[in-house]
Design a protein around this ligand. Structure first.
Ligand SMILES: *Cc1c(COP(=O)(O)O)cnc(C)c1O
Length: 363
């Protein structure tokens, strides 16, 4: 049986090979007599799962040795609080608002520090990225936050800003929840990166944090111990019980990514998929994507039917063809195709065929 293609923005489709392997290992992991969710996080079996996941991810993302990889919980939204609790020192942090997620981050930070808006593209409908040269940075921000891929608005930084070149010494914080592991990261420009797992890495419940060593030890006294980066790092992400099953599945995804040829090969595939889909939208008379071409997301492709009365028929026809979860986010409407790493090229091709057929029947 072939499975439908699932375009969900998150939790999102998983590589089928990973699901098959997890099913086979559900009752008995590697002859241990236990399923992974039944294991002690401090036992040797899970110790091996953790060590391999950490090493594989470090290799895939080419994370330098002066950064810690932390497996946390709470998702991207919890990090919106955990980052200022750890990095702001209660002073000022700068935010570049390019869509729904960076706006949420700026709002949450206000509970812990002074949140300064360095740029905001809302007036243009969040369809562009502001040139860093024009950002109104604070004199000495504790950090500068961006969302490097806006999942809802479909806007992606194809190059991370170089804060040093702007005369700013502050660490750059990136929320890379929805494009982590889809492309390389220039760690020389990053102080901290965080992302929920449920878009590109594995099941919800796991949150990845990659943090430079010198940023570990500046948490506010009110920071909960379980959310202190230093405490989590000092305990190899096992200060409290980590999301063990989600870490195991993410570990299987990392091995799958390595089998695909690593991040460079995965990125090439992501570029091919996104190019095909945007071309199909741009050359049609029924569909439109309003994001500037230089900052269109390779992962989340929002689009509108120019005749919105056709929306329900479009979605029903898609479902009938095994193309699932194409409805856009409720805050922006329209459609959205999320084409993360696990979406095969054939899935994008099937979507494009449907776009053309539906247009031919309704255009
Ligand atoms: C999904 C997402 C989040 C929110 O993650 P939760 O796990 O629901 O808290 C945050 N930021 C971005 C960019 C996202 O795509």
């Amino acid at each position: 049986m072939t499975r439908p293609y699932n375009f969900s923005a998150g939790p999102a489709a998983m590589p089928e090979a990973v699901l098959t392997q997890a099913a086979a290992e559900m009752l008995d992991w590697h002859g241990s007599g236990m399923g992974v969710m039944e294991m002690s996080h401090r036992g040797k079996e899970f110790g091996q799962i953790y060590a391999e996941a950490e090493a594989d991810l470090r290799e895939l993302l080419a994370v330098p040795s002066n950064f810690k990889l932390l497996f946390m919980q709470g998702g991207g939204l919890a990090e919106n609080a955990i980052v200022p609790l750890n990095l702001s020192c209660g002073e000022v942090a700068d935010f570049v608002i390019t869509g729904s997620w960076s706006q949420k981050s700026a709002d949450e930070a206000k509970r812990y520090c002074n949140s300064h808006e360095a740029a905001n593209t809302q007036a243009g409908g969040f369809t562009t990225l502001p040139d860093p040269a024009g950002w109104q940075l604070s004199t000495q921000p504790a950090y500068v936050h961006i969302c490097s891929n806006e999942t809802i608005n479909g806007v992606e930084y194809h190059e991370l800003p170089d804060l040093k070149a702007l005369g700013c010494d502050a660490p750059l914080v990136i929320d890379f929840s929805s494009h982590v592991a889809s492309r390389p990261v220039d760690w020389s420009r990053v102080g901290l990166a965080f992302g929920g797992a449920q878009k590109n890495l594995g099941p919800a419940g796991l949150t990845l944090v990659v943090v430079r060593d010198d940023l570990l030890d500046r948490a506010l006294p009110i920071c909960p111990s379980a959310f202190s980066y230093k405490t989590v790092a000092d305990n190899q992400s096992m200060f409290n019980t980590p999301p063990t099953y989600s870490m195991y599945i993410a570990g299987l995804v990392f091995k799958w990514l390595k089998r695909q040829g690593g991040i460079a090969a995965v990125e090439a595939c992501n570029i091919a998929k996104a190019t095909l889909l945007y071309d199909a939208i741009d050359t049609s008379a029924l569909y439109v994507n309003r994001v500037a071409k230089t900052c269109r997301s390779r992962m989340n492709v929002p689009f509108y039917l120019l005749d919105e009365r056709l929306n329900d028929a479009f979605l029903a026809g898609a479902r009938a063809r095994g193309l699932l979860q194409l409805k856009g986010h409720k805050s922006v409407g329209g459609m959205r195709a999320s084409i993360y790493n696990a979406m095969p090229l054939a899935g994008v091709q099937a979507l494009i065929t449907y776009l053309r057929d539906f247009e031919a029947q309704n255009g």
